[in-house]
Design a binder for this molecule. Structure first.
Ligand code: ZN
Length: 321
């Protein structure tokens, strides 16, 4: 797996040190005193060594209360407010500079965007900031900063979708291999149909269309079985028909789905399920230059059409009479 910037161990502290050294102690103290939050904390810490009582602090800004809750860890170092922090990896306690809000962006820029920082990920940037600096909610600020970083977002790859390779299928008989496609959604028909299942036979290039109310697996299987039944409508081929359907169900349908084949096939022959929605379907399917064909079942049984390919060696095969 490729290393991300977050995997790279970063021990460089030169940038932080330089940044701090560029400022005089007086300058840092002044910035802390001028900060709305740190200024109050500075005052409280100067006035009393003891932690103020809750009653005195309760009405204060929530961020001040967050600093107040860490009272004993907030210390002065040469007159500058710092926070004591124990690095659990090195087991060394270090002082983090309490950063006035006017400088937090400079620090994020320095420790994330600078050429030497190399746009580290969230965890590494947090670790890097934490070694020298602290402010309430600094982790949230880092997260937002990186989410809005143009360089980081442009580098993120969209998730790849797995694609299977194109391949040629060789078939030697009708219904040896069929393709199933779903088209729609269309406006709801009177019978509650919205989609159509298109079943195409690879060998004859014959296609059948079936209206469906949804795209559920069972609906697809039910309609596919109708197609198998349609291809071999002769009663004498009923056994072959069922066997073929079972063959398809066994080979191409997930094991978790089971349907009772005989009642379904019987029901299909009784149902006039297509008739009232024909107009709606005709409207859309005609636009696709699909001729609607009447089947031998004395009702509209589905849509049947040749796909436009010339039949040559399969001339004798007529799926629908
Ligand atoms: Zn970045």
């Amino acid at each position: 797996m490729a290393k991300t910037n977050d995997d790279i161990e970063d021990q460089n502290t030169e940038d932080e040190t330089q940044w701090i050294q560029q400022k005089t102690t007086e300058e840092i103290i002044q910035a802390q005193k001028s900060d709305e939050i740190l200024g109050k904390l500075y005052q409280m810490k100067t006035e009393s060594k003891d932690k103020p009582k809750w009653g005195d602090i309760a009405i204060q800004n929530p961020i001040i209360k967050r600093y107040w809750s860490q009272w004993d860890r907030i210390v002065f170092e040469n007159g500058v407010l710092n926070r004591q922090w124990l690095d659990t990896i090195t087991n060394v306690t270090c002082n983090q500079l309490l950063v006035p809000s006017c400088w937090t962006k400079d620090i994020l820029q320095l420790l994330h965007n600078n050429p030497t920082s190399g746009h580290l990920g969230i965890h590494k940037t947090v670790a890097r900031v934490r070694r020298r600096f602290y402010w309430v909610d600094f982790k949230t600020d880092i997260l937002k900063w990186i989410q809005q970083c143009t360089m980081c977002t442009s580098r993120k790859q969209p998730p790849r979708r797995a694609k299977s390779k194109m391949k040629q299928y060789h078939v030697g008989a009708p219904m040896e291999r069929v393709a199933l496609d779903i088209i729609g959604p269309f406006p709801l028909s009177k019978k509650g149909n919205k989609y159509a299942l298109i079943v195409s036979d690879y060998f004859t290039r014959w296609a059948e269309g079936y209206p469906m109310p949804d795209m559920e697996t069972k609906t697809i299987i039910d309609n596919f079985v109708k197609c198998v039944d349609l291809v071999f409508p002769d009663k004498s081929t009923q056994t072959r028909d069922d066997n073929l359907s079972r063959h398809y169900l066994k080979n191409y349908v997930p094991d978790s789905v089971s349907i009772k084949l005989e009642p379904l096939l019987t029901a299909l022959k009784v149902m006039g399920w297509w008739s009232d929605s024909i107009a709606v379907w005709k409207k859309y399917l005609v636009n696709m230059s699909v001729p609607i064909k009447r089947t031998g079942m004395n009702s509209y049984h589905g849509l049947s059409w040749p796909t436009g390919h010339q039949y040559t060696s399969q001339q004798n095969f007529h799926p629908v009479n």
